[in-house]
Ligand binder design. Structure first.
Ligand code: ADP
Ligand code: MG
Ligand code: ZN
Length: 613
């Protein structure tokens, strides 16, 4: 059924800036510190851990935004240990739960879990022991809460005896369709707050844009909720985006050899086949590499992961199925062999590098044709999901219009991140999480900060209008790379055949550098002036995309109501825009006749057609 958000008035309280929560004078402080050392073996608290614990122990609903690896688990495991009764933890993935329970049991903290796939007898046994308070923590998957009346009755019973001390929603962004790991069953979790309004709820996530946060708080029904957040900037990660060419694998080999030879890393690939190919190639080049993806049998997957953890393998070539709950501190590089599906996902995947604080590299190989490929896979619902979002929802994901739209939108943001060769990578990522960042603090640790000395802002409205005009004149039949070819004056057979349709706009942009024209065109797509439609173009199943004009936005451009300003590097070599005034195209519409365009070297642009079998 459609999801209709019920809007409640939420009072957010910024916890991070309130000194009260870092006090060492709470009634539980001594117990807290002793248990942190004795039971968990930690010497101190990490940023915000003490504050979050104090707020939830004080009985408030708390929302925690903490980067992956920041130590979110401790903020509920410690309170569970020093509170009477039981803490219920909702977590999306059985393998994550099992991993946590293993660690808890090793520390002698009694814990158990319930999942829908468990034997009935086993579940009965756990519920019995639950009512006698044998456990401090009970983990459950969201499906279990949604579907099990028995569990609900048991929770009621505990609550009546004042033994339900806290409800924890881990990976809380799964509630939101705007997030990258949407799980429909998470949306039903609002029932917990309805049934137990006085039991404090602690929601934790490493990924939340403003809209995700709002969704989570609304769906869970949190009121007067205290928010703790900290910077998502990871100063020790060095970011760069490189063009993906046919010799991408050679480039990767060379990059690792020169920068991280024999060090530990992850290469994220789009498809299972890609993982296998990349691993094979790297092995041939003398690296200790292996692949990891969703269609390997679980034993094999576990084996590969173990080999990697023990440094018997350096490089793992994986889909996004790999990485959840992985805690290896010395991952020195994360390479994206293909375009990630969202900035959140990208940030999280990169976040697996450099947990130990040492300098690590994040390199993304980008090509526009990967965008078409990913987009097609998203439309078809065949793209491998992170395990958080996977499971029974996968087929629904593909068919639901709104989710498809969100996914496409997320992907477009990622494309615009890759094509931006001006702004600080950290800034671009952090802006996405609603965080302010001064790019001076990057200190040249990203490719864009490193190469750009200064930039100029240019009004490119006239170029934008020409590009839109060109799309219209060609009756919305061309893909963006074809539009660029025409605009920059290529004379391929196809372009030649259709040249008469383009009136004077053929080659109108020949004085622009290739990157500049494409950045402007792409800007028009990401800002919704133009829309990209994926088309199956022939019986062989190859896909291509065509550009359409969004009339409802474009009229503002032509009426002078909106200008398009972009930043360009001011180094003379890369920008000819600085002295560009939108010259009327040769043989423009008003002159009525076409003068033959002067053709310089035809631009070679990658073929967009792809054979996806
Ligand atoms: P998150 O859920 O935020 O990704 P985890 O809770 O899994 O992070 O913690 C990541 C790692 O950090 C774990 O290995 C955990 O033992 C460790 N850790 C957490 N808190 C502390 C601390 N105060 N001191 C030292 N290590 C810690
Ligand atoms: Mg966690
Ligand atoms: Zn930077």
């Amino acid at each position: 059924e459609p999801y209709i958000p019920k809007l409640i008035e939420v009072n957010y309280i910024e916890g991070s800036s309130d000194k009260k929560w870092s006090s060492g004078n709470f009634p539980w402080t001594k117990k807290l510190e002793a248990n942190n050392k004795k039971v968990f073996g930690n010497h101190s608290f990490r940023p915000n851990q003490r504050e979050v614990i104090n707020a939830t122990m004080s009985g408030y609903d708390v929302f925690v935004l903490m980067p992956t690896g920041g130590g979110k688990s401790l903020t509920y495991q410690l309170p569970a240990l020093i509170s009477p009764g039981i803490t219920l933890v909702i977590s999306p993935l059985v393998s994550l739960i099992q991993d946590q329970i293993m660690h808890l049991l090793q520390a002698n903290i009694p814990a158990a879990y319930l999942s829908a796939s468990m034997e009935w007898n086993e579940q009965q046994e756990i519920l019995r022991e639950l009512s006698s308070c044998k456990y401090k923590l009970l983990y459950a998957t969201p499906e279990k809460v949604a579907k099990s009346d028995v569990l609900m009755r048991n929770l009621d019973n505990l609550h009546a005896r004042e033994l339900l001390s806290r409800i924890v929603i881990d990976e809380a962004h799964c509630v939101s369709q705007w997030g990258h790991d949407f799980r429909p069953d998470y949306q039903g979790l609002g029932i917990l707050k309805q049934k137990f309004p006085n039991t404090p709820v602690l929601a934790l996530t490493a990924t939340a844009t403003a809209s995700v946060k709002e969704d989570v708080v609304q769906a869970l029904g949190l009121v007067n909720c205290i928010i703790f957040r900290q910077s998502f900037n990871r100063p020790n990660l060095w970011y760069s985006v490189l063009p993906k060419t046919r010799k991408c694998l050679d480039d990767i080999d060379k990059f690792i050899r020169e920068n991280h030879f024999d060090e530990c890393g992850i290469i994220y690939c789009l498809s299972r086949l890609d993982c296998e190919k990349v691993a094979e190639r790297l092995q041939e080049c003398g690296h200790k590499a292996a692949f990891y993806h969703g269609s390997m049998d679980p034993a094999r997957r576990a084996f590969v992961q173990k080999q990697w953890s023990k440094d018997e393998i350096n490089i793992i070539c994986a889909t996004v199925a790999f990485g959840m709950g992985i805690n290896k501190p010395d991952v020195r590089f994360v390479i994206h062999h293909s375009l990630p599906k969202s900035i959140e996902g990208y940030h999280q995947e990169c976040g697996r590098a450099g947990r130990d604080g040492q300098r690590s590299s994040c390199v993304l190989y980008y090509s526009y044709s990967d965008y078409i490929r990913v987009k097609h896979m998203i439309t078809q619902g065949v793209v491998e999901q992170s395990p958080l979002a996977s499971g029974q929802n996968r087929s629904n994901m593909a068919s639901s219009g709104r989710i498809l739209e969100t996914n496409t939108e997320n992907l477009l943001r990622m494309v615009s991140y890759c094509e931006n060769d001006v702004d600080c990578r950290r800034l671009l990522q952090l802006v996405h999480f609603g965080e302010k960042f001064d790019s001076a603090h990057c200190k040249k640790t990203c490719d864009n900060c490193l190469k750009i000395k200064s930039f100029v802002e240019k009004d490119v409205t006239e170029i934008a209008k020409q590009l839109v005009e060109l799309v219209k004149l060609t009756r919305e039949q061309f893909s963006s790379s074809h539009i660029l070819e025409v605009y920059r004056g290529s004379l391929s057979q196809y372009v030649k055949k259709h040249r008469h349709e383009t009136l004077g706009l053929h080659a109108a942009g020949k004085h622009l550098a290739k990157g500049e024209a494409s950045r402007i065109l792409r800007h028009l797509v990401t800002e919704d002036f133009l829309m990209e439609d994926v088309k199956k173009s022939d019986i062989y199943g190859s896909v291509s995309s065509v550009l359409k004009v969004n009339e409802s936005k474009v009229y503002k451009l032509f009426s002078g109501g909106q200008k398009i300003i972009l930043r360009f590097p001011s180094s003379a070599k890369s920008s000819k825009l600085s002295n560009f005034e939108a010259t009327p195209a040769k043989g423009s519409l008003t002159s009525g006749k076409l003068s033959p365009p002067r053709i310089e070297t035809p631009a070679h642009l990658p073929e967009v057609d792809l054979n996806l079998s």
